[in-house]
Design a protein around this ligand. Structure first.
Ligand SMILES: Cc1cc2nc3c(=O)[nH]c(=O)nc-3n(C[C@H](O)[C@H](O)[C@H](O)COP(=O)(O)O)c2cc1C
Length: 194
């Protein structure tokens, strides 16, 4: 289905909340590869916010990549089994990657909060003052305060394999196990503040 078709189908439903349409008019579809410089500029500092599950639990991630696999634009993210987000992703693999704006001090603290608190203990988004908005093409909320977000449909997931990984990386990143699971998400939509 073309993007515009998906968009209209999702939002022409009667329970659309007041203000949703106005909010959506502030977001425009963009080529995901045009947003890669912003991803690369923020991924290591302060980090990106991955939202997952229908509840949209935000978790800070510092690793990931955007590329082409299976002829599709793919966002790859890595989440350790010990995270609350891991269980959410196992149930609904779809996810959203939210990219904070440059020099946004409030978002910088929110990203730090989401990277040091767990969704097991409460609603992290409301605790750190960020807003979840309904997904546009997936059933996972995104973060309103992030000017760019990628909505991804899980097409594959697999663990980092202990027997196959470089010894130096294993020793440095996995001394206690908890090997990441990698999710490959087809980018169905990349949205930017108009
Ligand atoms: C800058 C930064 C980057 C992080 N990157 C990742 C990552 O790529 N994968 C991961 O599983 N955890 C990562 N973490 C840790 C999680 O964000 C953290 O454990 C979080 O509290 C888990 O939340 P959850 O239990 O709600 O899922 C990172 C933390 C920070 C501060």
């Amino acid at each position: 289905m073309p993007e515009a078709g998906r968009y209209l189908w999702r939002y022409s439903i009667p329970w659309m909340s007041p203000g949703t349409l106005e909010y959506l008019m502030t977001r425009i579809a963009t080529d995901p590869f045009d947003a890669v410089p912003e991803v690369m500029a923020r991924i290591t500092s302060p980090g990106l916010l991955l939202t997952c599950g229908t509840e949209g639990n935000p978790i800070t991630i510092g690793w990931g990549s955007v590329g082409i696999i299976w002829g599709k634009p793919i966002f790859t993210v890595l989440v350790r089994p010990s995270r609350y987000s891991f269980g959410l992703l196992r149930r609904l693999g779809d996810f959203c990657v939210n990219v904070p704006a440059e020099n946004d001090a409030a978002m910088k603290s929110a990203v730090a909060w989401c990277g040091s608190h767990s969704g097991r203990d409460g609603d992290k988004a409301s605790d750190c003052g960020i807003t979840k908005e309904a997904g546009i093409v997936i059933d996972v909320p995104h973060i309103r305060e992030c000017p760019v977000h990628f909505e991804c449909r899980s097409v594959h997931a697999n663990h980092v394999l202990d027997a196959e990984i470089d010894g130096g990386i294993r020793n440095r990143f996995y001394p206690k196990g908890d090997l990441h699971q990698i999710w490959w998400g087809e980018i169905l939509g990349c949205w930017r503040v108009a």
